[in-house]
Design a protein around this ligand. Structure first.
Ligand SMILES: Cc1cc2nc3c(=O)[nH]c(=O)nc-3n(C[C@H](O)[C@H](O)[C@H](O)COP(=O)(O)O)c2cc1C
Length: 160
């Protein structure tokens, strides 16, 4: 069931983001494809964290997170934030930070700086619902897409 369900979920193409926080004076980050918009007024967003993530406590207790939406050319950066020690993930990156002090990924196409609003337990994940405090985006630039366990990029056409 689980393998097949994972494959079925994988048919839903998503963007790819790196979500960061700061906890006990350390930068924490991981790659996430579960980011989504929730509400325009008030501005709200969410993502889901697996309950066995090493950074679960940090994302629960730090009070907020910053989402960086990756560009089509940032597959390597996405993979870097899925493995290794936290310090290695951030090593050598430009130190660009939101007003909250959390890291924004260099050359991302959009970012959202969020205060944690509610943690909703949902099976083997927790939904981290947040209020967006600040954000920015580029006018152009294709996003990194994740579909069927592969990275790709968008091919845009006008919505009729
Ligand atoms: C494309 C992609 C999307 C991912 N999306 C999520 C996600 O939404 N939530 C999550 O908990 N893990 C997600 N992961 C897995 C985490 O990035 C990975 O398990 C990471 O090592 C967790 O870091 P930590 O265990 O050090 O906290 C994703 C991985 C990839 C490659």
């Amino acid at each position: 069931m689980s393998r097949e369900l994972r494959d079925a979920f994988g048919c839903f193409a998503t963007g790819v983001a790196v979500v960061t926080t700061r906890y006990k004076d350390e930068d924490i980050g991981m790659t996430c494809s579960s980011f989504n918009s929730v509400s325009l007024d008030p501005a709200m967003a969410l993502w889901n964290i697996q309950k066995d993530a090493a950074s679960l406590e940090a994302f629960h207790k730090s009070g907020g997170y910053t989402i960086s939406v990756l560009s089509a050319s940032q597959g390597d950066l996405a993979m870097r934030f899925t493995q290794g020690e936290q310090a290695e993930r951030f090593a050598g990156l430009d130190d660009q930070r939101a007003a909250s002090g959390r890291v924004i990924m260099p050359d991302c196409i959009a970012w959202f700086d969020c205060d944690l609003h509610q943690i909703i337990e949902a099976g083997d994940h927790d939904i981290l619902l947040a209020n967006i405090k600040d954000y920015g985006c580029t006018k152009h630039g294709a996003g990194l897409i994740f579909e069927r366990s592969q990275f790709g990029s968008t091919q845009l056409s006008k919505v009729a």
